[in-house]
Structure formats: structure tokens, C-alpha cells
Ligand binder design. Sequence first.
Ligand code: EPZ
Length: 416
Amino acid sequence: MAEFFRITGGRRLSGRAEMPAAKNAVLPILAACLLTDDAVALDNCPLLEDIENMRRILEKLGCRTERAGRRLTVRAAGAASHEMPDALSKTLRSSIFMMGPLLGRFRRATVTYPGGCEIGLRPIDLHLKGLRALGVDIREAHGRIECDGSHMRAADVLLDFPSVGATENIMMAAVLTPGETVIRNAAREPEIADLQGFVNAMGGRVSGAGSGIIRVRGVDSLHGAAYRPIPDRITAGTLLCAAAVTGGEIALSGACGDCMDAVLVKLREAGCAVEESEAGVSLSSPGHLKPVDVFTQPYPGFPTDMQAQMMALCCLANGTSILVENVFENRFNHAAQLVRMGADITIHHRTAVVRGGRLTGARVQAKDLRAGAALVLAALAADGVTEVEQVHLIDRGYEKLEETLTALGASARRLN
Ligand code: EPZ
């Protein structure tokens, strides 16, 4: 019997939480460890399924990794294979950005076509087009992608869409490639700037991350580094929503308010008081919430990874909200589960119309990571008991979420 959360709604959250390093910063940074033989130390890394899977992939390639609490050390000196292990690649979609570092280290890479996932096809055409622009010869056959980078050269690459993963792959492939590579229409997410910071801490020469144009001046080699990735802005946004929907208050120490502007603006529009300081971000909720309209976009627009959580909040607001999901083609899996809890949601293509009201506890299923988080938020405010199944999907991106919420006053337990 798989694990599930049992949550009794109606408890007001109050207290503080420490922000862990961002999952979506740690994953590409772990991949980039392949670019040096020296030891790398990463701090504040939460114990997440996706991070542990990335460690397993690195070890399969011949790296040594260790975890001591939230401190990870990686040593790629023993990495001898440029072939990604099939089984593990399927469990971790984001392993596709191993191509860049494998090409950087071996001038070769063999990866399997990553499965799509619950939120869409997740094509990799932009990754392949970018790497081909760098002179990589890519053959696709039988679900495998063979990359030959023996003739790689710096290039000026224009991305058709500011893909986070494609930007990361091209940056990591270019770091050890002689000459200056330019990536235009690059993704501007804070995790991209963090990857730049990490690569430069290893002796790389990357600039422009955060703007739409990234410049990578190739260097001969990289050395080890000790690095603390940025805090997780999506975990932070999720916990702020938890306080918002329960009429509570919360202080998130270590959260980066500057990376969350679009989310903080919407929480203020919903009626919450939100303060940002050096120490982090805090929120207090009036209890009754106003409806808000959400339009997801690449950074700095409203993040798609917070759309599900905001839909849960809108289900509890006094009025009608409109949410448009512009980034992924199938990211409303949480809607049907919220309807089981009494939500009034109408979906039309990429638009959801939510008429807020009360929710009642029910047995629901997480369909993907953020959909699961949305159901937990709904459960915190629903009348009665909710059981959220498939919590392993939630564990991919949240470290012991039920314990964090219980420490804030919620009634949330993990049962088998
Ligand atoms: C990263 O995924 C994140 N994952 C996702 O977070 C996040 O939702 C996404 O960026 C957008 O912010 C990690 O960083 C590990 P994209 P990624 O390439 O890189 C299309 C979470 O919940 N596209 O920016 O895969 C794609 O289909 C996860 O933590 C192409 O068409 O996102 C999507 O519609 C979910 N061709 C859009 O671009 C390509 O070659 C955005 O994808 C690549 C992407």
C-alpha cells in the first residue's frame, strides 16, 4: 500500500520555516560537477527524490558522491562513461541536461529520450538544435540520442523559446569549448544565474544570466568549488500559500523575495500582507481571500510551477479567478482532484475559470509534483479530513512536507 497524507483542515498555520536550496538549481549544478575532476561541495541541499536520483546517475557514470545531512560532495575524477543509464534517465526527466556536461567532459554523450511526464510531452528539440549549433553531430535512433562533440566550436545560438533546460545544456556544453558562445533568448530564471555562479566559482567565464543574452567564454579546465545554491522559490511560494489559505502567518528565513516578485504580487492582490527583508519573506493572511487572475509565463512572469498552488488558493477565494497556463500544454491535472473536494472549476484549453467557495475533505490523488502540493494546500483549508495519495510524487520536490506543515500547526500525517 503506497503512502498517503491524512490532513485535517481548518487549522491556522503560524510560525517560521528555513528555505532549502532550490531543487531546480541543485539538479543542473550536480550535472555540472562532471566538468571538473576536483571535489565539489554543495550546501543546504534538501533530501529529495529527484536529487537522490541525480546522485545515482552520477555514480553510475563513475563519480563518487556523499551526503552528510544537507551537504553533498561530488567527485567526478572517476567518471569514465559518457553513456547515461537508461533506467535512471527515465525516472528523472531533467537528466536530459546531462548532455551538456557529458559533451564538455568527454566530447561525447549518449542519452535516452526522456519520457514525457504528467504535465506534457516535454520535447527536447530546442536542446538538440542548440547543441547542433555548437557543432555537435547528433543521431537519434531507437529512443537513444548519440552525440559526437569532437568538432564542437563556439557559436551564436538563438533559442526559439527561452527553455530553462536547453539554456542550461548549451551553457554547460560551451564552458570548456574554445571561443565565445552567445545564447540569445536564453531563459532568465534565477536558477540559470545560479548555474552561472557555480560554473564561475569553478573558474568558468559565463556572464549575462538573468538577461536574455548569455555569453560563455570557453576555458581549458575547471577546478573544484564549495557552493550554496539559491533557496527554493517554489517551496517558498507553496508555504506562503499554505499560510494564506489557512488565515495564518509565516516567516520564511532564507527565502529570496527578489526571485518571487510575480508570486508576491498575486498574494498581495489576494489580500495578504507580505513583507520582504534581508532575512527572508513573511506573510500574514486576512483569512478571507480575494480572487486573482494568473497568467503563467517564463521568468520573470508568474511561474508555471506555482500555477497549481494558486488554483487551490483561488478555490477558496470569494469570487471568480481566471488562470491561464501558457508554458505547459497539460498542467491542469490538479483541477479534477480539486473538484472532488467541491471546487467549481471550468477548463477550456489552457484557461481555467475558478469560482471560489468552500472545500470539503475527500480522498484525492497527486498526479504530478505541483498538483500534489496544490491538493495539500486545499486540504489544509477544507472542512474535514482529506487523504492525498501518491505522495512519492510530492517527495520529488518537497522534503518531508507533512513535517514542515505540522511544525507550523497543521494536522498532517504520512500513513501507509
Ligand atoms: C524546468 O523544466 C523545470 N525543471 C520545471 O520545473 C519548470 O516547470 C520549467 O523549467 C519551466 O520553468 C527543472 O529545472 C529540473 P522548459 P524544463 O524547457 O527545463 C517546451 C518542477 O515542478 N520545450 O523551460 O523542462 C516544454 O515542452 C518542474 O519543479 C520545447 O518545446 O522546462 C515546455 O512547454 C516541472 N522544446 C516549455 O518549453 C524543448 O526542447 C518550457 O520548458 C524544451 C522545452
